[in-house]
Design a protein around this ligand. Structure first.
Ligand code: UPG
Length: 951
């Protein structure tokens, strides 16, 4: 090696490190020799303790010199220590000492050495892992000492800022050494290192009280002081006092952070809540201030380079970061809060605790409630209102982290991923914990000697062949056949052919269809062929669908132009309708499955209404309406009257509800009083989308409703059934949700529904001519059982069930569903919704229309206004994972899913209490989930490309 090369090699070596350790082989020989030389020198009873004494001394004599030895750059301290540990281990392996000796030595050593030395010692543990853990039985003897030692070390490390990698090494080691079910390393109790001792500045009153106790003031002075105190007390708090008060509040939070079991004590939660509610706005203000400053710095014509400055600042700041936990005073707190790292540190701590608290809801605790976990269940349960606050605050914290620049969003996402992973890790460990118990019987059975094998020749059939007299390979060429002796040429030919074909088929199939081999029995060619054919059919359908979608995309513009032409033609051809009092105006901006099924029900089942449809074609297909008419017509009896036939025809108008003039034009056509009532279904309805484009939602859902109501008023049409939504409840305090629940929608979409309901309520209060019913839909699902009418959203569906149907048919180019969060306080962690069949929902509308007639009794209890809201649901909560399973059964498609972060605007559980609708409207949704999925899939597989194919 050249001189330069040598130098480089040397410089890579860590300081205080040398490579002169003895080889384990050599140590082994030396130990062996020593043991045989000394065998006769002491009695066998004393020998072990004598060796242990000597070996321990050898290690600790050296360990005592750590401080001094490490001052020398060329010290051999670590290599000597490793050698001595090797000697201890080797003696133990030769059974000259107790098996636990290396572990007790390590325990003392790791407790007394500096962190740097601990890292070296731990390297030795890693290198000797195999030997150290030989014969290790979890939860016994040396395993317990090892676990305790490393957990102590982890606890010690948690107080330092820079030992993340070291902690990771220890955890990796533990996970490799201990069985999967071992939970000792998992922080189930939520202990976070040492308990916070607290910083607090006495308030003014406290310090004065102290002075009084000191007794160094004269009576008169005391009186004077007292008066002053009283006066002061009446005055508003000075900014100094406010500062102190905030300082105390802020740091008081460290106590629950460091000791979550405190929540078992009464008042802790309320105090915690109060303090958090006080601190968050201050943090938010600091973030906003900082953003404003950053904005002004990077505003104007500043280039991208300038905008990216914070990134670079952050990466360099990361190395300078220090933990300011103990360096604080009321005067410093402002500065600390102005520091991004400090705020993040606080918000992260808060997020950890809030996540932990979410495991104490009644539902979450029930999952944990096994006898084994009793000690972990602290005597504390989050009430629904508290759980709601925890959830809301968690969302606020994450939002705040996102706002905290630089790199707010990735930072928040990382925090959320870490918390998620931690939760999954604990869950995983927790579930595996029962593994040993659950498999105890099986393992015992496996240890029992197996029964004697009854077949002398491997298997029953081989034994049988043997007993039939077949002896060598040539005999097997003449297979046995009933009625034919071995050797019959016909049989030989047949068998040969059969075998050849079978082999050929299997070999060909192996290359292309290996995945089916698991489903067929041995050599069952027929079944295999069926499987392959079924797969080919599915592939062909998927391929056709894919191409059609592509074509559809390209031809979209042309198609739209054609559609407009056609609508115009239809419009020109439209006859002026007979204006009967029975005619009903079904007004649909978005012709979803809901409105279509409703139309079918309304026209064919009752034959009392003539349907007029208003639709701007935003998310609908004109030929869906033709199908509705055709279906209604087909359900008429042969002797149907002219009027009956008329009810099956739908008057369709191209009309945008955000355009007053367009609505008015339609009403004008039927004249004053010409329209009996309105079912208002039109709206945009995607929760996630509404968060992105709120104004569009307010315009399309609220402004449009306002224009519609104004026009109805103008034309004397004062009956309306309004499609509201379960989403008006936000995160409801009780499940199932009664209609009396306060309305507190979370998403802009939900808020548009609350606003529209409010308009109706107010209108009915103001004018007794009006009667209105809001139907709060839970989650509609399914399709018309004929497979003719169903939901056909344009583009990638945003809702769960249509998306699954599109995935199964191949319309969406993905096989993996992204599940939005599995950390909700629900039985399996995914959101719970109340699904109801679309036909049940349609029936609900008819019942609501009936309830608008003058004789209806539903408004009897509300004489002040003819307005009511009803839940339309089944009263049965179903989680996202259960939906996937139900669709898997209905479609036979193997859905994969991955859990990703929560979707904004989603709430954990929306399950209806449908009792009021049942009592007052006679409504009951009783078609179960399997029927909804069956009907949805029936529609989807009959219309793989939706209505578009029939253009
Ligand atoms: O790709 C997806 C789509 C949805 N979900 C979840 O599935 C559940 C149902 O979602 P979705 O089908 O979008 O319905 P909701 O968000 O519950 O909203 C529906 O149900 C509301 C009433 O409950 C109606 O007001 C809305 O208009 C309607 O879209 C939710 O938990 C979603 O997070 C996923 O995990 N992945």
């Amino acid at each position: 090696m050249s001189g330069k090369g040598k130098k480089r090699a040397r410089s890579k070596q860590a300081p205080n490190e040398d490579m002169t350790s003895l080889q384990p082989k050599k140590i082994n020989e030396l130990v062996k020799k020593t043991l045989s030389d000394t065998q006769a020198k002491s009695s066998p009873e004393n020998r072990k303790s004598q060796w242990e004494y000597l070996l321990k001394n050898a290690v600790f004599d050296l360990a005592c010199t750590e401080g001094k030895a490490l001052q020398d750059k060329h010290t051999k301290y670590y290599s000597q220590l490793r050698d001595r540990l090797d000697v201890v281990l080797t003696f133990t392996e030769h059974e000259a000492c107790e098996q636990t000796l290396p572990f007790t030595v390590l325990q003392d050593l790791l407790e007394t050495q500096t962190i740097a030395s601990c890292s070296h010692i731990f390297s030795w543990i890693e290198a000797r892992a195999e030997r150290l853990t030989d014969g290790l039985v979890p939860q016994k003897g040396k395993a317990l000492i090892l676990l305790r030692t490393l957990n102590d070390l982890l606890r010690r490390l948690s107080k330092m800022g820079s030992t993340t990698i070291f902690c990771g090494r220890i955890l990796t080691f533990l996970s490799g050494v201990f069985p999967l079910g071992e939970r000792s390393g998992v922080n189930l109790r939520g202990e976070y290192g040492p308990t916070w001792e607290g910083v607090k500045v006495p308030t003014k009153a406290e310090s004065e009280a102290e002075d009084v106790v000191m007794g160094d003031t004269k009576e008169s002075e005391k009186e004077e002081d007292k008066m002053q105190v009283d006066d002061e007390a009446k005055k508003p708090a000075t900014s100094e006092e406010k500062k102190d008060d905030f300082y105390n509040t802020f740091w008081s939070l460290q106590l629950p952070f460091s000791k979550p079991p405190l929540f078992a004590q009464p008042n802790t939660f309320d105090e915690f809540k109060e303090a958090v509610n006080k601190v968050i706005p201050v943090i938010r203000e600091a973030t906003a201030k900082e953003r404003a400053m950053m904005g002004s710095r990077s505003g104007g014509s500043v280039s991208l380079k300038r905008k990216r400055e914070p990134d670079t600042e952050e990466s360099s700041a990361a190395t300078e970061y220090f933990f300011a936990k103990f360096l604080t005073s009321p005067d410093l707190l402002d500065l600390e809060i102005a520091d991004t790292h400090f705020r993040r540190q606080f918000l992260f701590q808060l997020a950890i605790l809030l996540t932990h608290l979410q495991t104490f809801t009644k539902a979450a605790k029930a999952v944990w409630a096994s006898a084994r976990n009793r000690s972990l269940q602290m005597d504390f349960t989050l009430e629904p209102a508290q759980a709601e606050w925890v959830q809301e605050t968690y969302a606020k914290v994450m939002d705040e982290l996102k706002q905290t620049q630089p790199n707010g969003r990735p930072f928040a996402e990382t925090v959320s991923a870490i918390l998620e992973r931690e939760k999954n890790w604990v869950n995983w460990k927790n579930q595996l914990f029962g593994l040993e118990e659950a498999t105890r019987d099986i393992r015992r059975k496996m240890r029992e000697p197996s029964e004697e094998w009854p077949w002398t020749l491997g298997s029953e059939s081989l034994t049988e062949i043997w007993e039939m007299g077949y002896r060598d390979l040539s005999d097997l060429q003449n297979p046995f056949q009933c009625g034919h002796g071995p050797g019959s040429p016909a049989i030989i030919k047949l068998e040969e052919n059969k075998q050849r074909w079978a082999w050929l088929a299997l070999r060909t199939a192996r290359d292309h269809h290996l995945q089916h081999f698991g489903k067929i029995g041995t050599g069952d060619i027929e079944l295999l062929a069926k499987e392959i054919e079924a797969e080919k059919r599915l592939l062909r359908t998927r391929e056709r669908t894919r191409k059609a979608c592509k074509r559809a995309k390209m031809g979209m513009l042309r198609w739209r132009l054609r559609l407009i032409d056609r609508l115009y033609e239809t419009y020109k051809r439209t006859r002026r309708l007979r204006q009967t009092s029975d005619s009903i105006h079904l007004q649909c901006l978005s012709l979803s499955k809901t409105s279509l099924s409703l139309a079918v029900q309304a026209t064919s089942k009752t034959r009392r209404y003539k349907v007029i449809s208003l639709d701007n074609g935003h998310n609908s297909h004109p030929n869906a309406l033709s199908r509705v008419s055709a279906l209604s017509r087909s359900e008429l009896p042969a002797d149907a009257s002219e009027q009956d036939i008329e009810t099956t025809k739908i008057d369709n108008h191209q009309c945008d509800l955000t355009r007053r003039d367009e609505i008015r034009a339609v009403f004008e056509k039927y004249g004053k009083g010409g329209i009996w009532g309105v079912v208002h279904i039109a709206a945009y309805k995607a929760v996630g989308e509404s968060v992105e484009i709120p104004l569009t939602y307010y315009e399309n859902n609220v402004a449009a409703t306002l224009f519609l109501l104004q026009t109805m008023q103008e034309y004397g049409c004062t009956r309306i059934v309004y499609s509201s939504s379960a989403t008006v409840y936000g995160i409801p305090p009780t499940i199932p949700i009664p209609e009396t629940t306060r309305l507190k929608a979370d998403s802009p979409y939900g808020k548009t529904k609350v606003m529209s309901e409010t308009m109706l309520d107010d209108l009915c209060h103001a004018d007794p001519k009006w009667s209105a019913i809001s139907l709060r839909y839970f989650n509609p699902a399914g399709a018309h059982p004929s497979g003719q009418i169903g939901e056909d959203p344009k583009g990638r569906p945003g809702n769960l069930l249509p998306l699954l149907a599109h995935m199964a048919i191949g319309r969406v180019d993905a096989t993996t569903l992204k599940v939005f969060g599995n950390d909700y306080p629900t039985p399996d962690g995914t959101c719970v919704r109340d699904y109801l069949h679309i036909l049940d929902l349609a029936a609900g509308h008819l019942l609501a229309l009936e309830a608008l007639t003058p004789n209806s009794k539903v408004f009897d209890a509300t004489p002040e206004a003819r307005y009511k809201a009803y839940n339309l649901g089944q009263g049965k909560g179903i989680s996202v994972l259960e939906i996937i399973e139900a669709m898997r059964k209905a479609t036979g498609f193997d859905f994969k899913y991955e859990i990703i972060g929560r979707r904004r605007g989603d709430v954990p559980d929306l399950t209806a209490d449908p009792a009021l609708a049942e009592k007052e409207l006679g409504f009951k949704a009783n078609q179960d989930l399997s029927i909804m999925c069956r009907d949805l899939w029936n529609f989807q597989s009959k219309n793989p490309e939706g209505y578009g194919k029939f253009e």
